[in-house]
Design a protein around this ligand. Structure first.
Ligand code: SF4
Ligand code: SF4
Length: 454
């Protein structure tokens, strides 16, 4: 009862949307195919935290919105949905996405003070994120001094420190400068040291693109963001990064601040104007990509993910990288933008690289932006599970293309002594740096993907 008194009513189903959502709900045949891809069901084993269970609860909201919104367990079941869209990708009836997002949005809007909502204005600013990165690095150093090198495992056993240790451990850790990254990857790959220097300008057709500055990439992984821009330029992009854009609005949306998200959307659209003469708006973080794609017809140019653009673009060949690499697909890339073949095609085009496919590739790692802060226990379970399947591949290195996934997976892998994880763009940049000089200066050619991969 005390919990109910602290809450306010959330929104009922939008006017006119009720019958549409009900018709969608009736298409669910309760087959349960969506359960094994749901990170919260896998972490909890509780049907309430599964897509099918949440859909039943969504039916209650459609029938009796006030009763559903007044029930703390109803709100908890919907609020714990990560919004990863893994269930939508496997559902044969095309059911969950729209329904779950509407009901989860109502559950979040109905909370008087979301646990993590106050963080939204801070995490939307690269400067604050830079400060967070510095604070997390100091926290990791302090934990190492106080608890030793295996501070994550020891922190897990200390209830007073567990949450802080996880927070510090999951803030994405930047791979650092070019020299540092080259040293690290050369050490893993063996052989001669890769010569530092700028990527060559390749002759051939070029395309104008608007570069969208993602807050987390710019704030927490600035060197990696710059290397990705260099890679795009190497492959033929003329990037325009001058539009004074703001955060894409994804954090505000997930934090239940719909008005703030709408304001950011309007600001970005005004900054881009008519978009001309750019062919597309290119995004780096998968979450930003989906948020911007969802701006819909108001976008002055189509959104495209940087990895998708690189994969579709004819380009010069990569140099050899003799490493066994496991790829983690961010949900907003795999399920939100349908990017499955693109990162694999790029990795398979690197001579000497062995691409390893982990089990449960379509399951979320449990990062989910603000979600992991609001639901630390579920997030920790999901992160440990993801780290176990990635480490189980026997990879030398794990790559992914979303800052949140990077931090979550790095924490899980460090806890179990697994391989390092770096941004996918950094590995592609490294492969481009190792291209033989003659090949690097050649005009772009068609994508050559050797067929044999595990
Ligand atoms: S949502 Fe789709 S996959 Fe899940 S139980 Fe219903 S019909 Fe089956
Ligand atoms: S969106 Fe993700 S967390 Fe939510 S029900 Fe579907 S699979 Fe589970």
């Amino acid at each position: 009862m005390a919990e109910r008194m602290r809450t306010v009513s959330g929104p009922a189903p939008p006017p006119g949307a009720g019958p549409t959502l009900e018709a969608l709900l009736r298409r669910c045949v309760q087959c349960g195919l969506c359960l094994p891809v749901c990170a919260t069901w896998l972490a909890s084993g509780d049907e309430t935290y599964s897509p099918r269970g949440r859909l039943l609860l969504t039916g209650q909201w459609l029938a009796e919105p006030e009763a559903a919104l007044g029930d703390a367990s109803w709100r908890d079941a919907l609020d714990t949905c990560i919004g990863c869209r893994a269930c939508s990708a496997v559902c044969p009836s095309g059911v969950p996405h729209e329904l779950l997002e509407a009901a989860a949005g109502a559950a979040r809007a109905g909370r008087a003070a979301s646990g993590a909502r106050w963080l939204v204005p801070l995490l939307e600013r690269p400067a604050w994120l830079r400060a967070l990165g510095v604070a997390a690095a100091a926290g990791r150093a302090a934990f190492t001094v106080a608890l030793g090198r295996n501070w994550r495992a020891r922190g897990e056993r200390l209830p007073a420190l567990r949450r802080l240790a996880r927070l510090v451990g999951t803030v994405p850790r930047a791979p650092g400068s070019d020299q540092r990254l080259l040293r690290r990857l050369d050490g893993l790959a063996g052989g001669a040291a890769t010569k530092p220097g700028p990527l060559p300008v390749v002759p051939g057709p070029r395309e104008k693109l608007l570069w969208f500055r993602g807050c987390a990439d710019e704030g927490l992984l600035p060197d990696s963001a710059r290397r990705l821009r260099d890679l795009l330029a190497w492959a033929g992009a003329d990037l325009d990064a001058t539009a004074p854009t703001a955060c894409c609005g994804a954090l505000a949306e997930h934090g239940g601040c719909a008005g703030r998200a709408a304001g950011l959307r309007a600001r970005n659209l005004a900054a881009w104007g008519d978009g001309s003469p750019a062919a597309a708006i290119v995004t780096a973080a998968a979450g930003c990509g989906v948020a911007i794609r969802d701006y819909g017809p108001a976008l002055p140019a189509p959104q495209i993910d940087a990895i998708a653009w690189l994969a579709r673009r004819a380009r010069p060949p990569f140099g050899s990288v003799p490493l066994r690499v496991a790829l983690h697909d961010p949900c907003h890339a795999r399920h939100g933008q349908g990017l499955v073949a693109e990162p694999r095609d790029l990795l398979r085009a690197i001579p000497g690289l062995t691409l390893l496919e982990p089990d449960e590739a379509d399951v979320c790692c449990g990062s989910g932006g603000l979600w992991s802060l609001a639901h630390p226990q579920l997030a920790a379970e999901a992160g440990r599970r993801k780290a176990a399947v990635l480490a189980g591949t026997g990879a030398d290195l794990v790559v992914t293309a979303n800052p949140g996934c990077l931090g979550q997976i790095a924490d899980g892998l460090a806890l179990r002594g697994g391989p390092a994880v770096i941004p996918l763009g950094d590995l592609l940049w490294y492969a481009a740096m190792r291209a033989p000089a003659a090949a690097a200066g050649r005009p772009p050619g068609p994508l050559a993907v050797p067929p044999a991969c595990t």
